[in-house]
Design a protein around this ligand. Structure first.
Ligand code: PEP
Ligand code: MG
Length: 566
């Protein structure tokens, strides 16, 4: 059994087709007629552009517009004036076209590969793809085509380039294995778009596996099983059938509203970390964003993002969401979220220490910039502001006062914003849950953060395996905190959502519906599954189950009982 990175869900069972790379060998030599050589080079560029255009058209049909754009990107790269111009200069200096182009491409590959940004590193793979394409044309090597692969083929290749993918016939290719590439590589994007199970970065796959070898590819777990046994084949055939059935069933929930079996309506939104993730919300049919974790904008860089950079990020998410709700949480650093350049002191008890709203209220300039960026961006969508780790009314009041100050300032300056922008809080500390009746009078909404609320209520650190048995949102103590928070919010007439992981927990969903939760915020790929879970319950039935679960004494009892009703 081998293990790689699972990037496209599903089970593929078939026979390996090893896509060996074409041998692009030549001897660099000096040319006698550089002008003619340059002409040969330009003709090859034109031929590659034509081929790539054909591939883009074919991808547009099999995978979709976004995927075709990857190939359109190749066309720009092939015709990049710097790459083309510098190659021609080398040719005019006497080098053969192959050597000139290869050395220029290798230079770009070196630059892109050394960059930190994953997207830029991806450009290196793109340049490698076009380099091979051009050398193939110059050397007259026949292209490996997979369009003739028979049904039940599992492709194995070092790297799945877009030009190879363009030839895939969806019905025939049942799995993809590669030696390189991660979750965000083009190989992964294309495999997902074609809905073909794929496992990337399986070490030495191309030298270990053989052509025609039977294989199972599990794109959900990343497991690859060559020469499967009879039992393994049976097991995975069943898994494949279950996966296909589940997918079809979930597909029926796409485009529908989120309603219980009695027609009661709920909001089903998503958690995101970057503005681009808003595209995933749309792709997976989410109804908006219930938590934008802004700390990701502060990570993987060496200084605080400016107000303008933040404004651009929030505005981008708002524009992608086209008026759907967008709850942006103010910076939640400290605890397990470290940002080196912010110089947080090492503390004895970081989870109890100087973090989140506490840090922001003491670093006003930083906080002001973030709030200002959010409020300005509110002119472009339904943006709402949320404070993390609230434990007392003063923190909420101080934060709200800053929001009001900024609104006044923007009004004077004539800068547009949403006048009635909502300001809510995360209920993720035991203090906030106990004080929910008071806080509900001053917050516009609550969102329950069960990831932290569970830890704080049970006084247990989820990273500590010795106490992991306590870390469960189904603990009666945590359930009481959740019930209380929702009840207090309801009594005060404010909406209550949940953005902790528990919002997608099938066992907990009937309880949350019974308590009166109105908004569920989950990861984008969970949207249809959660919509389906919610659709199974009427309020009356959920009430019955909740009453029984709440009468139980231990987490084990609650969990075992809920397992019987879902
Ligand atoms: C939570 O605590 O439940 C939450 C959603 O916030 P985070 O996971 O970012 O701490
Ligand atoms: Mg939290």
């Amino acid at each position: 059994m081998f293990k790689g990175t699972p990037v496209s869900e599903g089970i593929g069972i078939g026979k390996i087709l090893l896509l060996e790379e074409a041998k692009l060998e030549y001897t660099p030599h000096a040319v006698a007629d550089p002008a003619a050589e340059a002409e040969r080079f330009r003709a090859a560029i034109e031929e590659l552009t034509r081929e790539t255009r054909r591939d883009a058209a074919s991808l547009r049909e099999t995978a979709g517009e976004k995927e075709a754009l990857i190939m359109e990107g190749h066309i720009s790269l092939i015709n990049d004036p710097a790459l083309k111009g510098e190659t021609e200069n080398l040719i005019m200096g006497g080098q053969c076209a192959e050597a000139a182009y290869e050395s220029m491409c290798d230079m770009f590959i070196g630059i892109f590969s050394s960059m930190e940004d994953e997207m830029m590193r991806q450009r290196a793979a793109d340049v490698r793809d076009i380099k091979d394409g051009l050398l193939r044309i110059l050397l007259g090597v026949k292209e490996v085509k997979i369009s003739d692969a028979p049904k039940g083929t599992v492709i194995l290749t070092r790297e799945l380039t877009p030009s190879v993918t363009a030839g895939i016939k969806k019905g025939n290719i049942v799995g993809i294995i590669t030696e390189t590439g991660g979750k965000t590589s083009h190989s992964a994007i294309l495999a997902r778009a074609l809905e073909i199970p794929a496992v990337l970065s399986v070490p030495n796959a191309a030298s270990v596996f053989k052509n025609g070898q039977p294989v199972i590819v599990d794109g959900t777990t990343g497991i690859v099983i060559p020469d499967p046994s009879f039992d393994e084949l049976n097991e995975y055939t069943e898994k494949r059938a279950a996966f296909i059935k589940e997918k079809e069933e979930l597909g029926r929930f796409r485009g529908l509203r989120t309603v219980g079996a009695d027609g009661r309506e709920y909001e089903l939104v998503c958690n995101i970390g970057k503005p681009d993730d808003a595209n995933k919300v749309i792709e997976f049919d989410g109804e908006g964003v219930g938590l934008f974790r802004t700390e990701f904008l502060f990570m993987d860089r060496s200084s605080v993002p400016t107000e303008e950079e933040q404004f651009a990020a929030y505005q981008k998410a708002a524009l992608i969401l086209k008026g759907k709700p967008l709850i942006i949480r103010t910076l939640d650093i400290g605890g397990d979220k470290e940002i080196p350049y912010m110089g947080l002191e090492k503390e004895e008890n970081p989870f109890m220490g100087f973090r989140a709203i506490r840090y922001c209220l003491k670093n006003r300039e930083l906080f002001r910039k973030q709030l200002r960026a959010m409020i300005r961006a509110s002119a472009f969508g339904d943006i709402r502001i949320m404070f993390p780790l609230i434990t007392c009314a003063e923190e909420l009041r101080e934060g709200r006062a800053m929001v009001e100050d900024i609104k006044k300032e923007l009004t004077i300056l004539g800068i547009p914003f949403k006048k009635d922008i909502k300001v809510g809080i995360m209920v993720e500390t035991a203090a906030a849950a106990m004080l929910a009746d008071v806080l509900a009078k001053e917050a516009d909404f609550f969102s329950i953060g069960t990831n932290d609320l569970t830890g704080y209520t049970m006084s247990c650190d989820r990273g500590n395996s010795n106490v992991a048995y306590l870390y469960s949102a189904l603990q009666p103590a945590v359930l009481r905190m959740i019930e209380r928070t929702i009840r207090c919010g309801r009594e005060a007439g404010i909406p209550v959502g949940m953005c902790g992981e528990a919002a997608g927990n099938e066992k907990l969903i009937p309880l949350l519906m019974s308590f009166g939760l109105t908004e569920f915020s989950v990861s984008a790929p969970s949207v249809l599954r959660v919509r389906k879970c919610i659709s199974k319950w009427t309020k009356a039935h959920a009430d019955e189950v909740a009453a029984k679960a709440m009468s139980m004494t231990t987490e084990q009892e609650v969990s075992a009982y809920l397992a019987t009703v879902i």
